[in-house]
Every structure is written in structure tokens, then in C-alpha cells.
Design a protein around this ligand. Structure first.
Ligand code: GAL
Length: 690
């Protein structure tokens, strides 16, 4: 059996998503020729086509995809083959309704949409394993195939599961975790509101309750359980495909969705991780009108950054090429001329070396007749196809960037326990959401790029040590091993920054009876003597830097920890107003070769402007280019060469200055001094290192 491998593209590659089952066979050859002519050398197929291979239970027919794959081989087109489990067929759900997922009240989701299954029904696992094995066994050696996709978007559409099969599997998960009901009752604090369990059968996945009352500790385990179920289902398919695939063919899935530990999934099951990028959502009708300053489509950089933390050399399985919507949803307008390229380059800038556009041609039937592809129903050449061809030229001109690493000024630390805690605790959610969004905004506006690092059970000092600064905004949940790792990081010279609300819960989400920030106190030397969230009815709270004039106000929004420095820590700033005026707002403590900062509120683009400067991490490429905040800059680096991406998300031209000599890779022209990017324009420079 060949084992999990780490797959990396060797040169920039372009693809598209194609559905042979949606079109007359006579069209296949012409479609493939037109794709190849545009530079598309990979198609992803088959991920919803269970019926084409198993039209009735146990009857397998391989001819349809044999014909398509043979044609691909003949034309020189590469194929990523998707397993079809995202859409169980009608014969299956009719005969085995227990495979269906349910809403929280237990009502089953019926046939007619997609992802209507649950991961835990034994019969669905069996039938999924069988179709995957049949497909892998039959198509696995086909020369046109270069990779395999597992399912489609695991945990998209539904990321919560409430079927009977899930309750049964939840009990098994809990029995393995806790061993005894006493241990479970203790961990879940069931003494509160008389929730004590006396038999495993009394335990269910969460069900509807009155007035939003939940057991948060049960919910935390429930999200861990969903993640575990997703990983097991994905792992089962990967293990089968690995037995049959050709050496070198990769196994991937397209993410990134909630309630799954994507990092563990990548490590345990996949050779490479792909993402589906649809920045046009930012302009859709469902857009939050309050989010006027939320950077719109630039926000996709934040998601892509997260994808890079899962897999540094990822690909895009579905890159937006047209307007998005279903017959029941209007999601996002068509990319304006230039935006298709801009969004694809945004993905490349963040680390993608493979860009596959969704989809070759818009479907003429079904829910997704408005999820537009490159070509429209009329099948004529159009501006989108012309732009794909132009993008291809640009992509090939930056082949040297393939495999290059993104340069970061700091790391943002996250972990799944805290992420899932935000789903059960709105007090946690409020600070976490605000800080993450604002750290991203500050990074964009001040051209200060970051990596995201997830702390996992097997995290090591080397995962952090290369970053001069790490920001762990609100580690509400903290345990000994993470605290020890952070201490080691600081001790060897790192700078750790934590925000308010740190360290007051244990791994079960129970509050710890110790001074905050709990286990982190021995690193920060800060003591939270009082705390409160800010009332919208009161004046905004601010802090004043020690020794500075009153004009140096630092905003301390949303929530305040009122601090006292202990053990060699000192106050960098004190609160300037409210009933805690004069008390420490930001503390700093030197420890070993590094230091730890406790920032007593959430982060905002304004207070990060000060913090980035104070930490000496602001605008690391200022010597290379002077760029206004309306443009995004990204640096990738490989074999001593540096590549600067400059992306214009604005509908108007924007100027900037190259301070060093650079080469515009699209044209190979030398550039220096004042430059102008047109509306939605992009540029990639090789920057001279002297
Ligand atoms: C993606 C999905 C595609 C397609 C697209 C439009 O999430 O993977 O299959 O459905 O959305 O809805």
C-alpha cells in the first residue's frame, strides 16, 4: 500500500470543474479542446455522480467515466476524480432513511438537496466504502487521473448532525473519552440544573431546549465529536483510495468548513488541501450593511491565510469565475472586468500554486443555474473566458513563485478548543470575532502580514520559534501543556501578546478558581483584579501610555481586564476613563530572553497601529515599496528570491512607489519609482535583494 505523501505542485497549474454528466457526450471533445486552448490542464469530475456508477443498489457500471477518462487521456487532459458521497442517490435514502441527517428537532432532511447524509449510520459508511472502493479499484490506474477528491466540502451545508445514528455514536465517543458516567457528569457540571446522567442511554446529541439554555460543556464535546466523525469518514475513504491509486496521485478534499479539525484532517488523511474561494459573497445581497469597513473581498485573504496554516502549498479547487447564486439564493454579482484575475491572484499570493475555476460552463438545470461558470448557457466565447486566458499568461509568467513561502511579520495563534467554545459562549465569541477581524484589517492596512498557527496536541517550540512575535488574542481555554509551550517560546526570546479574557476556563469549558489569566499568569505576571464588558451606553474606554501626553490615547474596546502588574511586570498603559481610570490596562513582563504582554481589551485596527509599531513589526517591506492602505501587498520567498504581489481591490487606479529596483514578472520589464495599478489591477515583482 502506498502511504500518505505530501504533495506539492512543481509549476503553476490551472484547472476547472467539469461535469460530463451535465452535457451531451458530443460536447466533451470540443469542451476539452477549448479548455486546453485556454491553458486549463486539469479537470475535477464526478463528485456528485453516484448514479452514473451505481444506478441501482449493487449494480456497477463504469462505462460512462471510462469513456470520459479515455478521451481526457487522448487529449492530454489531467483529471481529479471525486468520490460521489456528497449526494447519496434516491434508491439509497429511500431504502435506508437512517442515513439521513436531521435538524435539531429530529426531523430528517430528505432527498432533493445535497449533503443530506450523516457520517455515523453504519449502513452509509458501508455503502460509501463500497462505492469508493469500486471507483478506486476500477479507475485508480487510469493514466489521465492525477488526484482524488474525497466527497465534496466536508461539513458544508450541514456542520451539525442530529440523527439517531449520531446520538448512538456520540455515546460511544463519550464512553471512550470518560470511561464512567461519574467522570462525564463531573466534566459537564451536570450538577447544575439537575442534569445528572444515570445511564448512557439518557445522553443525546443536543436537542431543542427552552430559552437558549444549554449545557456548554456538553456542546464543546459535541463539536469535538462532529470533528472526530468527519475525520473518521474522510480517513475511511482516504485509506481505501490509497490502496488503489497510482504512486504520485494525490488525495485531497476541498474545504474549509466549521466543526472539523482541518489541520488533523490534512495531517492524517490528505496529501494536499484545497480551498473553494468565492470573494463575490462580499458584494451579495446578504451582505451585512454594518460591515462597510470590513474590507469586502480583501477578507478572503484572511480565509486563504487560514488555509495556508493547514497546508502551506495549497490549491484552489473552486475559484470564482462568475456570479453566484442558486434558484433560492442571490449570493454575489458577476466579477467585474479584472476581478476574476484579481481574486485568482489573491489566492496565488497567499500560497496557492493551483487555480481551478468553478465551473467550465453554467449548468442549465437544477438548483445551481445561477452559480455561473466561465462560459454561459449559450456556450459562446465571452469576456470571462478571455480573462481566464489572460490570467493563464500571467500565471505562467510567475512560475518561479511556485512553492515559494509566504513571509510573515508575526503569528496569530489559534486552537480548536477555543474556536468551538465560541460556538457555545457568546461572551467569548464577541471578543474573539472582533479581535480576529481587526488583526486582519490592521495587517492589511499597515502591510504587516502574518501566519496563523494552530496549537495542537503535538505542537512544538519549533512551530513558534521562528516568529519574533505571536498574538494569542483570547485563549479563554488554557491547559498546562499549551501554557508550558508558550513559556518556552517566551523564554527563548519570543514576544507573546495576549488579550483580555485569557485563561479562565479549563479544557471542559469549566471556569477555573484561580486569578486570571489563570495558567498564563506565571508568564505574564499580570493579575486581573476586576473586569467588565463595555456598555454601549457609556463613553468608549481608552488607555494612556505611561509617560506620554494625553493625546496618546489607545482605544480599549468591547471588554476590559483591569490589571495589576506582579512579579517584575510593569504597566505600559493605564486606563484613562471609567471607574477604573488609573489602573493598569496593558502590562509587560520580561521573562528569560523574551517578554509577555497582557493587553487588557480586544484588538482594533487603531490600537494595533500602536502595538505593531511598539513591537517593531509594522510594515516589514517598507524598504521595498511605499504602498497606500488601499492596496494589498504580499511577499513570497524562495531560494533567496523575493516576490512582491501588489493587488488593487479598488474600482479605480491607485499609485504606489517601488523604492527598490524590481522586475515586473508579467512583462519582464524593470521597474522602480512611481507605479500605477489600474482598477482591480495586479502586479508581481521579483525584488532585487541588494
Ligand atoms: C461549492 C460547491 C460546488 C458548488 C458551488 C456553488 O460550495 O463545492 O459544488 O455547489 O459551491 O454552490
Amino acid at each position: 500500500m502506498n502511504h500518505k505523501q505530501n504533495f506539492q505542485w512543481k509549476k503553476m497549474t490551472m484547472g476547472t470543474c467539469y461535469y460530463p454528466e451535465h452535457w451531451k457526450e458530443e460536447l466533451w471533445a470540443e469542451d476539452l479542446d477549448r479548455m486546453l486552448d485556454a491553458g486549463i490542464t486539469v479537470v475535477r469530475i464526478a463528485e456528485f455522480a453516484w448514479n452514473k456508477v451505481e444506478p441501482t443498489e449493487g449494480r456497477f457500471e463504469f462505462g460512462f467515466f471510462d469513456r470520459f477518462l479515455d478521451l481526457c487521456e487522448q487529449k492530454g487532459m489531467n483529471v481529479i476524480f471525486g468520490t460521489p458521497t456528497a449526494t447519496p442517490p434516491a434508491w439509497l435514502t429511500e431504502k435506508y432513511p437512517e442515513v439521513l441527517n436531521a435538524a435539531k428537532d429530529g426531523v430528517l432532511y430528505r432527498h432533493g438537496g445535497r449533503k443530506h447524509y450523516n457520517y455515523n449510520a453504519p449502513v452509509y459508511r458501508k455503502l460509501s466504502a463500497r462505492i469508493v472502493e469500486k471507483e478506486a479499484e476500477h479507475y485508480g490506474r487510469h493514466p489521465a487521473i492525477v488526484g482524488w477528491q474525497i466527497d465534496n466540502e466536508l461539513n458544508c451545508e450541514a456542520n451539525e448532525f442530529y440523527s439517531e445514528a449520531d446520538s448512538a455514536a456520540f455515546r460511544v465517543f463519550l464512553e471512550e473519552k470518560y470511561g464512567t458516567l461519574e467522570a462525564l457528569n463531573e466534566a459537564w457540571g451536570t450538577v447544575f440544573w439537575n442534569q445528572t446522567y444515570t445511564d448512557w442511554k439518557e445522553i443525546h446529541v443536543p436537542r431543542p431546549t427552552l430559552n437558549k439554555g444549554i449545557n456548554p460543556h456538553q456542546h464543546l464535546d459535541y463539536y469535538r465529536f462532529i470533528s472526530d466523525s468527519t475525520l473518521k469518514y474522510c480517513g475511511m475513504q482516504a485509506e481505501i483510495i490509497r490502496r488503489y491509486r497510482k504512486p504520485g496521485d494525490f488525495i485531497m478534499t476541498n474545504g474549509m468548513f466549521r466543526n472539523v479539525d482541518n489541520h488533523r484532517m490534512e495531517k492524517d488523511c490528505l496529501d494536499v488541501y484545497l480551498y473553494d474561494s468565492y470573494p463575490s459573497f462580499a458584494f451579495g445581497l446578504n451582505r451585512d450593511p454594518k460591515a462597510a469597513d470590513d474590507l469586502n473581498d480583501r477578507k478572503w485573504t484572511m480565509h486563504l491565510n487560514e488555509v495556508r496554516s493547514v497546508c502551506p502549498h495549497f490549491g484552489i479547487m473552486e475559484q470564482q469565475s462568475g456570479a453566484n447564486g442558486w434558484t433560492t439564493r442571490m449570493e454575489g454579482p458577476a466579477p467585474r472586468p479584472g476581478q476574476l484575475t484579481l481574486w485568482a491572484m489573491q489566492s496565488v499570493a497567499q500560497g496557492a500554486d493551483f487555480i481551478s475555476f468553478f465551473r467550465w460552463r453554467t449548468c442549465t438545470v437544477g438548483s445551481e443555474i445561477y452559480w455561473h461558470g466561465i462560459l454561459d448557457y449559450d456556450n459562446r466565447d465571452n469576456r470571462k473566458l478571455a480573462e481566464v486566458k489572460d490570467f493563464y499568461k500571467k500565471l505562467k509568467s510567475i512560475d518561479a513563485v511556485c512553492g515559494a513561502k509566504n513571509v510573515a511579520a508575526f503569528a496569530l495563534i489559534k486552537d480548536y478548543d477555543n474556536e468551538w467554545d465560541t460556538e457555545v459562549d457568546v461572551w467569548h465569541l464577541r471578543v474573539a470575532e472582533k479581535s480576529e477581524k481587526e488583526i486582519f484589517a490592521a495587517s492589511e492596512l499597515y502591510h504587516t502580514p502574518y501566519d496563523i498557527v494552530y496549537l495542537q496536541e503535538d505542537s512544538e517550540l519549533s512551530d513558534l520559534a521562528n516568529y519574533p512575535v505571536v498574538i494569542y488574542p483570547h485563549p479563554v481555554i488554557m491547559d498546562e501543556s499549551r501554557a508550558r509551550l508558550l513559556e518556552k517560546y517566551v523564554d527563548q526570546g519570543g514576544v507573546l501578546v495576549i488579550g483580555c479574557r485569557s485563561g479562565y476556563k479549563d479544557m471542559n469549558g469549566r471556569c477555573v478558581m484561580m486569578p486570571q489569566p489563570g495558567l498564563l499568569q506565571k508568564i505574564t505576571g499580570s493579575d486581573v483584579r476586576d473586569f467588565t464588558f463595555e456598555s454601549p451606553a457609556e463613553e468608549a474606554v481608552w488607555a494612556k501610555l505611561r509617560g506620554d501626553g494625553a493625546e496618546a490615547k489607545i482605544e480599549m474596546p468591547v471588554f476590559n481586564d483591569i490589571l495589576e502588574p506582579l512579579d517584575g511586570a510593569e504597566a505600559l498603559a493605564v486606563y484613562g476613563n471609567s471607574y477604573y481610570a488609573g489602573k493598569a490596562a496593558i502590562t509587560e513582563r520580561k521573562l528569560g530572553a523574551g517578554k509577555a504582554i497582557h493587553f487588557g481589551s480586544t484588538f482594533s485596527r487603531k490600537n494595533l497601529n500602536w502595538l505593531f509599531a511598539y513591537l517593531g513589526i509594522k510594515e516589514p517591506f517598507a524598504d521595498v515599496a511605499d504602498v497606500p492602505d488601499t492596496l494589498e501587498t504580499v511577499m513570497r520567498e524562495k531560494e533567496g528570491r523575493r516576490y512582491l504581489f501588489v493587488l488593487n481591490f479598488q474600482p479605480y487606479a491607485v499609485e504606489f512607489t517601488l523604492r527598490k529596483k524590481a522586475r515586473l514578472l508579467y512583462t519582464k520589464e524593470e521597474a522602480q519609482g512611481r507605479q500605477k495599478l489600474p482598477a482591480f489591477g495586479t502586479a508581481v515583482y521579483e525584488v532585487s535583494v541588494d
